[in-house]
Design a protein around this ligand. Structure first.
Ligand code: GLY
Ligand code: MN
Ligand code: MN
Length: 442
């Protein structure tokens, strides 16, 4: 299962239409050292991958729609049999042309020499000033040189512009081929959660559950975790990005598992929270049902045309009403929401776009005041939670939280496709109803 060459071509054509007389430059992801001479597994930059499908480091892609001969140019590592013996196959310059559809390809060593011809007649340069300061300088130096020649030549790129507002709206709407990969990422992630639910028992360590999950990822052909798996038992669940995963599971704990795999570079992102001993305590159950209802209503808000923030607003309202019923918040709901007095219990937002990045590219707002409207083909997470840390400090004017509520952390997260006929939950195979979680067998 892969994105077809035709789709990559179409993506570049769509972007080139927006680039017009400009030239866009995209750099591959950096490599990173784990220790000494060992590197982390290479992961391509998502914009670069979206446009090329090319999965090697030390590469630059250029789109120059106005150029008479070459509109798609790749600079890549040349073939090098000796190096390839150590670090693996390279497509090389020929491969970049033949396999990845570049109009022309060069060795990355020729970048300085060849880049100017693709910039000199452009009206602007689209380039994201990233973390690679050396490459930023390369682009800025070229621009500066071309501008210095402007009086004599009468032409030069007049502006440097970030390409994100052009490419990220494309990435936000998923194609059928992308959806096939996302569905597979979600299916494998769901299977891993189901296995983890069966495997979990009192006395296990969190890392053992993590191993069970990540075993399933790899076994099913996923690249691995989309992000560090969170397996948090008891009060650890109140730490949002808890990744130590080294505690032992105790009787009557809830366990929060937030894990998803990356499949063909597309990501799943699922959270479930369940009682390890097979039964919720009354306090756990009361809080769990509030989060579940918040998630149900928030998913219901995933309708074409709704402003993005309606999902979050819906979840917050349900959480606030629920906490009021339990006496954990007091006062007027509007005021609690406006003054964010719920934040000691719920400090994150209710989701994010999902795709090639877990927190995927694309704006949430069209301007300062206006949220983006939901459109078919967008994929997002819906992930409300409640977190009552052992040392929770209530907001001003709110009551102290009684001891029996403390140390409970709950989040429920699903991945949802926006469709014309309503929300489609891609991760619905993992149980989340109280009765199902209590009937869990191990
Ligand atoms: N696992 C990261 C997130 O849920 O956003
Ligand atoms: Mn998420
Ligand atoms: Mn998550």
């Amino acid at each position: 299962m892969n994105i077809s060459p035709a789709e990559y071509r179409q993506r570049r054509a769509q972007l080139m239409e927006k680039i017009g007389q400009g030239t866009a430059i995209f750099q591959s992801a950096p490599t990173a050292v784990m220790h000494n001479d060992v590197e982390y597994v290479f992961r391509q930059d998502s914009d670069f991958f979206y446009l090329t499908g090319f999965n090697e480091p030390e590469a630059v892609a250029v789109l120059a729609p106005h150029h008479p001969e070459h509109q798609f140019i790749l600079f890549v590592q040349p073939k090098d049999p000796e190096k390839e013996t150590w670090t693996g196959y390279r497509y090389g310059v020929e491969g970049a042309k033949e396999r990845f559809g570049a109009d022309v390809a060069y060795s990355i060593a020729e970048l300085e020499e060849q880049l100017p011809q693709y910039l000199e007649k452009a009206d602007r340069i689209y380039y994201h000033l990233g973390r690679d300061h050396h490459f930023n300088e390369v682009v800025l130096n070229h621009w500066q040189r071309l501008m210095a020649n402007y009086p004599k030549k009468g032409i030069a790129p007049r502006a440097l512009e970030n390409p994100h507002p052009l490419i990220h709206p494309l990435r936000q709407i998923k194609s059928q081929e992308e959806l096939a990969l996302l569905r597979q990422a979600c299916r494998i992630s769901a299977e891993a959660h189901n296995r983890a639910q069966l495997f979990t028992q009192v006395g296990h360590y969190e890392y053992q559950i993590q191993a069970e999950i990540e075993h399933t990822f790899r076994l099913q052909g996923a690249l691995g975790p989309a992000y560090p798996s969170i397996v948090a038992t008891g009060a650890n669940a109140c730490i949002l990005h808890y990744i130590n995963n080294d505690a032992q599971i105790k009787e009557n704990d809830l366990i929060l598992i937030d894990a998803g795999c990356s499949y063909g570079y597309y990501n799943g992102d699922i959270t479930r929270t369940f009682p390890v001993s097979g039964k919720f305590t009354p306090e756990q159950k009361a809080l769990y049902e509030i989060v579940l209802e918040a998630q149900r209503q928030a998913i219901e808000a995933v309708q074409v045309g709704n402003p993005y923030n309606q999902i979050h607003d819906t979840a917050v309202r349900v959480l606030v009403e629920g906490l009021k019923e339990l006496g954990l918040l007091v006062g007027d709901s509007e005021e609690i929401i406006k003054e964010e007095k719920y934040k000691p219990f719920y400090m994150h937002r209710t989701g994010h776009w999902l795709g090639l990045d877990v927190h995927d590219a694309g704006a949430y707002k069209v301007n300062e005041e206006t949220w983006l409207s939901l459109q078919p083909g967008q994929v997002l997470t819906v992930e409300p939670g409640l977190y009552i840390a052992p040392d929770i400090k209530p907001a001003e004017g709110q009551p102290e939280v009684p001891e029996q509520w403390r140390g409970i952390g709950i989040r429920i997260e699903d991945d949802v496709l926006v469709t014309a006929s309503g929300p489609e939950v891609l991760t619905a195979d993992v149980p989340k109803a109280v009765a199902d979680l209590e009937a869990r067998k191990n």
